[in-house]
Design a protein. Structure first.
Ligand code: AHG
Ligand code: MN
Ligand code: MN
Length: 337
């Protein structure tokens, strides 16, 4: 036995994200290289955000609020702005992405030097679960990649106002006890874990499938009296059943990650005051819907599949019921959908 075969490395440890994307595409075409480079830039942004988060308590001015309110009317955290800038910088002069849309920017961000060649748009939530930042709990980033059709600065938002079926890639980064990147190109769902000593995302699980049923339900029950009666009936039913556990972290990415691996359902329904709920379609619900659907699960507004929804505005919201197919179907049986 030679030294190499005695070593404890496994073949999987050599599967980095960029290599995996190329393998997934199955070709060495320009498109495959572009997507591989694109995921590589997202991974780079994720590593920079992860590094900043891991030392946030020691960096002057990293935590707390900026004093501004974003386009959603929500308080902006310094980390939201930092992460938004990181994604923009990661794509400047990349030749990959012409326009970016984010929760933290009212209008799409235009990168003129990329436009003659960059054929993709990036939609992202730079920090998901912002209220967890100052208390050192898990947060995430969500992303989706779509084909660019208009490469001009004043194209408006029409390009973005398409259904989730037009997503070419989608996924999230989870900044938890380890940093993970989970993505799909429409060919299954694959999970990578950041090895900080290598600075590389290494494949940790390929072709993840969500269990058809799970014991977790994930919903903010503080809103109980704001929901319509059918949603209250569903939750009362869950309370009356043995074997269900409530898990709600305040970060959609973290709750979805648990559900992807262990099954269950996440709900952010509309309320009487806000019938479309809280979560934004283009950079929260639709990317996660693509991912969970690819893993064999379901995502619906309660009346329509999330992937079929065509938004009327860049920051449009939708109710979201997402997770294991049987658990989503149970919710639907209460909603009469
Ligand atoms: P964001 O931090 O990007 O604004 O998203 C927060 C979202 C989501 O992550 C989480 O599931 C939900 O808001 C929590 O909202 P509530 O506090 O209303 O439950
Ligand atoms: Mn979010
Ligand atoms: Mn956010």
């Amino acid at each position: 036995m030679d030294d190499f075969s005695k070593a404890t490395t496994t073949a999987r440890e050599f599967i980095t994200l960029s290599r995996h994307v190329l393998n997934q595409e199955g070709t060495f075409s320009a498109d495959a290289y572009d997507l591989s480079a694109l995921l590589g830039r997202i991974a780079l942004a994720g590593k920079m955000i992860s590094r900043h988060l891991s030392r946030a308590g020691l960096i002057a001015g990293a935590l707390g609020v900026t004093g501004e309110v974003n386009v959603q009317g929500e308080t902006v955290q310094k980390m939201d702005q930092f992460a938004n800038q990181v994604f923009i910088r990661a794509f400047e002069q990349s030749g990959l992405v012409c326009r970016l849309a984010s929760e933290e920017m009212e209008e799409p961000y235009y990168i003129p030097e990329n436009c003659p060649i960059g054929r993709y748009m990036l939609l992202f939530d730079p920090i998901d679960g912002s209220s967890n930042i100052d208390v050192n709990l898990a947060v995430g980033s969500i992303f989706a990649v779509r084909q660019q059709s208009t490469a001009t600065e004043h194209a408006g938002t029409a390009d973005f106002l398409r259904s989730g079926h037009e997503q070419v890639a989608a996924g999230y980064l989870l900044y938890g006890s380890s940093t993970m990147l989970v993505y799909t190109l429409g060919k299954g769902v694959h999970a990578f874990t950041l090895d900080p000593s290598l600075g590389e995302f290494i494949l940790s699980q390929e072709s993840v499938m969500i269990p058809p049923h799970g014991s977790t339900y994930s919903i903010n029950e503080g809103n109980f009296w704001q929901w319509e009666e059918p949603m209250r009936q569903y939750v009362r039913h869950i309370h009356s059943q043995p074997g269900y556990s409530s898990r709600y972290s305040g970060a959609l990415v973290a709750d979805i990650h648990r559900i992807l691996f262990q099954g269950g359902v996440f709900l952010y329904p509309g309320t009487m005051k806000h019938p479309d709920g809280k979560l934004r379609l283009l950079y929260e619900s639709a990317p996660l819907a693509m991912l969970i659907t690819q893993a064999g699960g379901r995502a619906t507004t309660g009346t329509q599949e999330i992937l079929d929804v065509v938004p009327e505005a860049l920051h449009a919201r939708t109710p979201l019921i997402i997770g294991s197919s049987e658990d989503v179907a149970l919710v639907e049986s209460f909603l009469g959908s």
